[in-house]
Write a protein that binds this ligand. Structure first.
Ligand SMILES: C[S@@+](CC[C@H](N)C(=O)[O-])C[C@H]1O[C@@H](n2cnc3c(N)ncnc32)[C@H](O)[C@@H]1O
Ligand code: SF4
Length: 416
């Protein structure tokens, strides 16, 4: 009941939130680059995959080598535009798609980053299928700090239902064993609330993760896919959430108080490992590549989703930003609060520094609601999320991502 209420409020707010204006006013980006260009992380989207999973809600395209090589060149040009505006990145996140589809281009791109910036941390997503001994060695040499492997499930029956038939659960287990200890953090992505998934199957997935001793797991609740290419893909355009909380409770019961800490409401790590989501550590981030989203000083920036549209804008030496939304002050405070709650805690002093105002005066009604509902508690300037608050907070984030998916769907359909 509470979750439905919280979810519908965030869905309603999210729809307003992401009501993007047409022509972006890009002047604020360059002024931000000049003033606070060193406090921003960089997200790099590589939208190519060797096969397309029908459930996937990200911007992805079937891998074609020529297209991908041109794309890497475009990425560099886009990055140069930000460098020209004074941005100095040192924290990088390669997401996808599958960033490892063209290792030589990835290597050249990372070498370019190292020639331009003091690289402190690189996080990179891939699939188990990609993790050959040669690729793992290359990734190590490239200095990847956090390797995130999208396994989804270890159950072969479920993998078949997911349309991921090319790689078996037992092979993923072997791959995870082979990379453990070779990177600062190895993360495994597992999904829950799949239509045919049982709680027993999911419990077994979580237990295999624990037995493997992998550093970290991120659990994604199934979200609707904006793509509608064929009958199978269309099946994933709506999601039944009636069992979602039961799946989430499996995670809490198996991991919390059993040696794992929540880095976010969806990400659980052994000990003090780095936090998963790129939006959490840095309050501002730039996204480069087709369909990337950035957040800069209260502005949401959305790049062209289409590969052609993206290439054309870069070819014209223009930033490929096609939509922009400036948040109102209150919306900005709320978005900040949401991301901090998702990462389990908000420091009231940091809020004061960012907004020049106290959170208790800016968001008093929201805080009262969350406290009354037992979602948060406050002590010594830290507002933290309670165990029972974790699921509602995850629901809020999911609704926020769903708003992004709506935008993605609109842009993909409109060829933007
Ligand atoms: C962008 S993918 C990149 C990882 C890699 N391409 C792979 O699939 O193994 C990151 C993660 O998003 C999650 N994901 C993809 N589609 C999703 C959906 N519709 N709902 C929830 N999570 C999803 C999966 O867990 C996936 O591992
Ligand atoms: S889940 Fe991963 S491999 Fe599958 S289509 Fe999405 S990004 Fe590509």
């Amino acid at each position: 009941m509470l979750n439905q209420f919280v979810g519908s409020v965030v869905r309603y707010e999210g729809q307003k939130f992401l009501r993007f204006t047409g022509t972006p006013d890009l002047s604020s980006i360059s002024s931000r680059g000049k003033t606070r260009g060193d406090r921003v992380s960089l997200y790099i989207h590589i939208p190519f995959c060797r096969t397309l999973c029908p459930f996937c809600c990200f911007n992805r395209y079937l891998f074609k080598e020529d297209q991908a090589r041109m794309y890497f060149k475009d990425l560099r040009k886009e990055l140069d535009m930000y460098i020209g505006m004074g941005f100095k990145f040192n924290d990088f996140y390669f997401g996808g798609g599958t960033p490892t589809v063209l290792m030589d281009e990835l290597g050249d791109f990372i070498a370019y980053l190292r020639s331009k910036f003091e690289v402190k941390r690189i996080s990179l997503e891939t699939t188990p299928r990609e993790l050959t001994p040669e690729t793992v060695e290359q990734l190590r040499k490239l200095g990847i700090n956090r390797l995130s492997v999208g396994v989804q499930s270890f159950d072969n029956g479920l993998l078949k239902d997911m349309g991921r038939t090319l790689f078996k659960g037992e092979d993923s287990i072997e791959k995870l064993k082979s990379v453990q200890g070779k990177f600062d953090t190895v993360n495994v992505d597992l999904m829950f609330n799949f239509p045919s998934q049982t709680l027993e199957q999911f419990k077994s997935d979580v237990r295999i993760f624990k037995e493997l001793g992998t550093d970290q797991a991120t659990f994604y609740p199934l979200m609707p896919s904006p793509h509608k290419m064929d009958a199978l893909t269309k099946k994933f355009r709506k999601v039944d959430t009636s069992r979602e909380k039961q799946f989430y409770d499996v995670i809490l019961n198996e991991l919390l108080d059993h040696g794992y800490k929540a880095s976010t409401a969806w990400c659980f790590s052994r000990g003090d490992l780095m936090i998963d989501e790129y939006i959490i550590d840095y309050d501002d981030y730039i996204g480069i590549g087709a369909g990337s989203v950035g957040f800069l000083g209260g502005d949401f920036l959305v790049n062209s989703f289409s590969l052609e549209g993206y290439h054309k804008l870069i070819e014209d030496s223009r930033l490929p930003i096609v939509r922009m939304r400036r948040l109102s002050d209150t919306e900005h405070c709320r978005y900040y609060m949401l991301t901090k709650f998702f990462s389990m805690g908000l420091n009231t002093k940091q809020f004061q520094n960012r907004f020049n105002a106290g959170i208790h005066s800016r968001l008093w009604a929201e805080l009262l609601f969350f406290k009354t509902m037992g979602i948060i508690k406050e002590k010594d300037g830290l507002i933290s999320v309670t165990r029972s608050g974790m699921y509602p907070v995850g629901t809020m984030m999911k609704e926020f991502f769903a708003s992004l998916n709506t935008l993605r769907e609109y842009c993909i359909e409109a060829g933007i």
